[in-house]
Ligand binder design. Structure first.
Ligand SMILES: Nc1nc2c(c(=O)[nH]1)N[C@H]1C(S)=C(S)[C@@H](COP(=O)(O)O)O[C@H]1N2
Ligand SMILES: [Mo]
Length: 571
């Protein structure tokens, strides 16, 4: 009995392995086809995208809270784990019901195909990678199973087969175990194929049913099948990635010569950056800028074919090419972006000098009709944002931005064109890879995050953050510097105060700022830190006279409030 169990376990592992390899072949071939057709149509990516868009809000919030900006990696990892389990299960199924296993793989192909072709930017061929991958995967599974349990090599128990077949698992097990009683020790059993001296085969005899008949397990056959499958999956997957890269617009981006602004902005005042170690620099380098979006693969938008369509409640619909946009008078603006999902003290805030065309000017040319109160902007990947018309038209630097800190927008930050509107959270203003603005009404249409429970309008709330000392760190006793940033975009920061252990508030010194649309560094020098644990709190007052409320509000539905508070240990 023990021998039989060991053999049966070996068979099960072998079958699961065959399924896994077939699954890898399916994904590899899918990736290759996606590389030729559309990188976003790769099976795992397509399913991931569909999952993101259909995930219940509570789960999504939890994922963002728990995994932060790693949520995409975790999602893709989760999908791969699920697919691996399913593939292994289909491998087990293939031993007995090859037809069902094939059908199972094809069903998964269909899931991928539906996910890929229901994406907003799906092309007409986007079902192909998943279907083709699944079909080749199903074929691979059959081939590997055939090799591992070759049909020509029945176990030599021909007389016993009917009994084995009819009697079910238990009897089967008992019988085979009986027949093989001493085999493990002797290394030669009755189930060996005549004339076959392969020791492996002797050790893993007929406990397998393929197509309803027990076949002898051929370990070498399995191994060659597995190696071939892994090779096919790897080569196809890598080739697919290479081909996807060929479509990338990075090379186009590198060729762009940025026009000069019509009226250059003054340089950022030297005093805007206190240049303190661990304090966020005034200008966030592009590579360090937080990234928040729903895209699993970066949209590749070719500036040569890019167009922005402005339509809806306008007198004269507008279509703009990239070249036309670049020929408009361009202006620079220092604007701090903030995500509504940035919790008190959180990292989803960054400051850049943007270059772009005035969105208000373009809208005036289009002629916004009375009654319109929302700009519903759409990106190539179908994400939407609803921006208040009055905010964009009130004279602030609302831009169709093409550059960030002196270089064309990085792909991750919306290349070739994105919106930037000072004073509004990103989800209602900062559309990356923008291709369409529909002028309309809040009471008639809803944008992506509003459909999912977030507020339709998102003015940024006044907030402040302590960057140093770092929360939770251990520092030395003595004179200590406390510093951070505060923001109230399009209002401006007038004061920042800090207190330790609920003591008296101390005024922080404020760094200079180029305008009211950026964050502002602040510093308190000379806190005399004494040994023990201390709580440090900060609060800012903006130029309207509003001082941050201590009352905590979560990020949903319209942004967090409360004082950032950290704990430090002084030794
Ligand atoms: N196309 C697209 N644009 C988008 C988003 C998105 O998911 N898709 N997210 C928005 C949100 S919620 C924020 S906070 C900002 C972040 O911009 P960044 O990634 O350049 O920092 O982009 C906005 N623009
Ligand atoms: Mo955001």
């Amino acid at each position: 009995m023990k021998d039989f169990n060991a053999r049966s376990r070996a068979d099960a592992w072998a079958a699961a392995l065959a399924g896994l390899v077939a699954g890898a072949v399916a994904l590899g071939v899918g990736q290759l086809a996606a590389g030729l057709i559309d990188p976003g149509a790769a099976p795992v990516i397509a399913v991931g995208d569909a999952t993101v868009d259909r995930t219940p809000q509570a789960l999504k919030d939890w994922a963002i809270r728990t995994f932060g900006t790693n949520d995409k990696v975790v999602l893709i990892g989760g999908i791969v784990v699920v697919l691996a389990l399913v593939a292994a299960g289909l491998g087990l199924l293939a031993r007995r019901r090859p037809g069902l296993a094939t059908a199972g793989l094809l069903v998964f192909g269909l899931v991928g195909a539906v996910a890929a072709s229901t994406r907003p930017d799906a092309g007409s061929l986007d079902a192909v990678p998943s279907v083709l991958g699944a079909a080749v995967g199903a074929w691979a599974l059959r081939v590997i199973v055939r090799r591992a349990w070759p049909p020509g090599r029945h176990a030599g128990l021909d007389q016993d087969h009917s009994a084995v077949r009819d009697s079910g698992e238990g009897a089967h097990g008992g019988e085979v175990a009986g027949a093989h009683g001493g085999e493990g020790a002797t290394g030669a059993g009755g189930h060996r194929v005549a004339g076959d001296g392969d020791v492996d085969r002797a050790r893993y005899p007929a406990v397998m049913r393929a197509g309803g008949r027990p076949h002898e397990f051929d370990r070498r056959g399995l191994l060659t099948g597995v190696v071939a499958g892994v090779a096919v999956a790897g080569v196809a997957g890598l080739a697919g990635r290479g081909l996807a890269g060929r479509l990338e617009v990075g090379a186009e981006r590198a060729k762009i010569a940025l026009p000069r602004p019509a009226k250059p902005l003054r340089p950022i005042p030297v005093g805007a950056d206190l240049r303190l170690k661990d304090l966020s620099p005034f200008v966030t380098p592009n590579r360090d800028f937080y990234r928040i979006d729903t895209a699993l693969v970066l949209p590749q938008v070719d500036p040569k074919t890019w167009k922005l369509k402005i339509h809806g409640m306008v007198d004269r619909p507008v279509e703009l090419t990239y070249d036309q946009l670049l020929r408009r008078p361009l202006r620079e603006a220092d604007v701090t972006l903030t995500c509504v999902s940035n919790d008190v003290g959180g990292p989803y805030v960054g400051n850049a000098r943007w270059l772009g065309a005035s969105l208000a000017d373009i809208l005036r040319e289009a002629g916004v009709q009375s009654g319109a109160d929302m700009l519903l902007s759409t990106s190539t990947d179908g994400w939407t944002s609803g921006t208040p018309v009055d905010v964009v038209m009130d004279g602030r630097d609302a831009l169709l931005a093409i550059a960030m800190n002196g270089e064309p927008l990085p792909l991750a930050h919306g290349f070739p064109v994105r919106q930037v509107v000072p004073g509004l959270y990103g989800y209602v203003s900062a559309t990356k890879w923008i291709t369409e603005i529909k002028v309309g009404r809040y009471d008639q249409e809803e944008a992506y995050w509003t459909e999912r429970g977030w507020a339709p309008k998102g003015p940024i709330k006044t907030e402040s953050r302590i960057d140093l000392p770092r929360g939770g760190s251990t520092i030395r006793a003595g004179r200590t510097r406390i510093a951070g940033v505060a923001w109230a975009q399009h209002k401006g920061i007038d004061a920042v105060e800090v207190r330790v252990d609920k003591g008296p508030w101390r005024q922080a010194s404020l760094a200079e700022v180029p305008g009211i649309d950026t964050w502002r560094q602040w510093v308190v020098d000379g806190w005399d830190a004494t040994p023990g644990e201390h709580t440090i709190e900060v609060r800012a007052t903006d130029a309207t006279g509003y001082t941050q409320t201590p009352d905590y509000a979560p990020v949903i539905p319209d942004g967090a409030t409360g004082w950032h508070s950290i704990l430090v240990v002084v030794k």
